[in-house]
Design a protein around this ligand. Structure first.
Ligand code: ZN
Length: 450
């Protein structure tokens, strides 16, 4: 007797897509077979639907505790679930306090347990002020340490200078955890920003000009050198340019233990889209040229990008309004749309294989961050999945968004491929446009901590 059987769906596995019945018992996948003859408490006829492993978003900022008015865990995780997501990794900032020591880790876990709709994992921070706290964060179960090579935009989270990064990587390497870097040169982006603003240049084109691709490449190179030297596992977050991926992929081929992340907005938009979206599309690194965007897609298609994370980083609408583009909040609301972007722009338009989607959104995140029982539709794994109609078209409307603030550069965008239901550990958290939070949202820790 199963709790749930999903019949005749197309199972999307990193090694192939095939039709099967999928049986769930308690919170786990108990059987996958051409036909399951046993009965179940509940059955879903999924003919014509694809079953994807639940999206694992390795990069979100839900901003709680402390800045819940920017997003919050309840609305952020609901949006994740509506987009087919079952697990997110919350960044150590823009919450207050930041996740820089064990005490503040515990505060964030308490907030997550109280409000999250799905399972969650936490990044710890790596700043000049908290090197001594990295071991206790590892003990608590962070999945890695996030450092900013450029200004974080928030005074309470200092950027990591080269010495901090070097020492932090040595400690992380000993602890067996990855260091994630926001790779933009602080010196160069700071220099260009100051130069342009002092000339009264404050438009969106000036903002783009203040963070050219080479300032990203310079920081990526430096992070790769430090990772090679320290033996640290490196994760480069939100690589915005095809050139950045090419550079990091070359280092990886020569033996650096590095994983490459990009975001859906770098695949869906170019810098010119800021004309229309204004600061709703502002992020750092910024949206790039069409040539860089096309090269980024080519790199995704050849399998050079490991992971696609949303870098969902919302703010109140007021922080997106004003004349000085430099002063406006940089961060895109997009956690709900990652899978839809990959299906629409990737699978439909560019023949990106569905197996690749499953790999970048679920399997590789689980493997890279050493999570047990997550990321694949296989017997013994957690029953985390999304039912998707690959052929249903829709344009994203304000009322579809689960975000606290209904703003996103994806609003009005036509998509093909819609999430119908999302299940976390055998519980339906999203269906018929409604959210019902998972019972007992769980902190997912890497194998090294469990
Ligand atoms: Zn981020």
């Amino acid at each position: 007797m199963f709790d749930l059987i999903i019949r005749k769906g197309q199972i999307v596995h990193p090694e192939g897509v095939f039709q099967a019945d999928l049986g769930v018992w308690d919170d786990k996948i108990a059987q996958i077979a051409e036909e399951i003859s046993e009965p179940a408490h509940q059955e879903i006829q999924a003919e014509g639907l694809h079953i994807f492993p639940g999206v694992i978003d390795v990069h979100v900022h839900f901003n709680e505790p402390g800045r819940t008015d920017w997003e919050g865990i309840a609305t952020g995780s609901a949006a994740l679930a509506a987009g087919g997501g079952t697990l997110f990794f919350d960044m150590p900032l823009n919450s207050v306090p930041c996740t820089l020591d064990a005490e503040n880790f515990d505060k964030k876990v308490a907030a997550m347990r109280a409000s999250s709709v799905t399972d969650f994992a936490l990044w710890g921070g790596l700043t000049p002020a908290n090197l001594g706290h990295l071991p206790e964060l590892a003990e608590r179960g962070v999945i890695g340490f996030k450092a900013f090579m450029s200004n974080s935009g928030l005074p309470e989270f200092s950027h990591a200078d080269d010495a901090t990064l070097y020492e932090g990587m040595k400690i992380a390497s000993r602890l067996g955890l990855p260091v994630a870097v926001h790779a933009e040169s602080d010196v160069l982006t700071g220099y260009f920003t100051q130069k342009l603003r002092s000339q009264g240049k404050t438009g969106w084109r000036d903002y783009l000009a203040s963070r050219p691709v080479f300032t990203e490449l310079e920081a990526i190179s430096r992070a790769l050198i430090l990772a090679r030297e320290t033996g640290c596992k490196l994760h480069i977050v939100h690589i915005s340019s095809g050139s950045g991926v090419v550079l990091a992929a070359e280092a990886k081929a020569s033996g650096v233990d590095v994983s490459l992340e990009t975001c859906p907005h770098y695949l869906a938009f170019t810098g010119e889209d800021l004309e229309r979206s204004g600061a709703i599309g502002k992020c750092a690194p910024p949206l790039r040229s069409e040539a860089e965007r096309d090269l980024l897609w080519a790199e995704v298609l050849r399998g050079a990008v490991d992971i696609i994370g949303s870098d969902h980083s919302p703010s109140p609408p007021s922080m997106k309004q004003g004349d000085d583009f430099f002063a406006l909040w940089g961060g895109i609301s997009g956690v709900q749309s990652t899978l839809a972007v990959l299906l629409t722009e990737g699978w439909h338009r560019l023949s990106l294989p569905l197996e690749g989607v499953a790999r970048m959104l679920a399997d590789t995140p689980a493997r890279r961050f050493e999570l047990n029982g997550k990321g694949r539709l296989e017997v013994g794994y957690d029953a985390d999945f999304a039912l998707v109609d690959l052929h249903e078209s829709f344009s994203l409307k304000r009322e579809d968004l689960f975000y606290r603030h209904k703003q996103s550069p994806y609003l009005g965008k036509p998509f093909t491929g819609r999430v119908k239901e999302t299940w976390v550990r055998g519980q339906k958290v999203f269906g018929s446009g409604k959210i019902s939070p998972v019972k007992g949202p769980t902190l997912i820790r890497p194998r090294s901590a469990s």
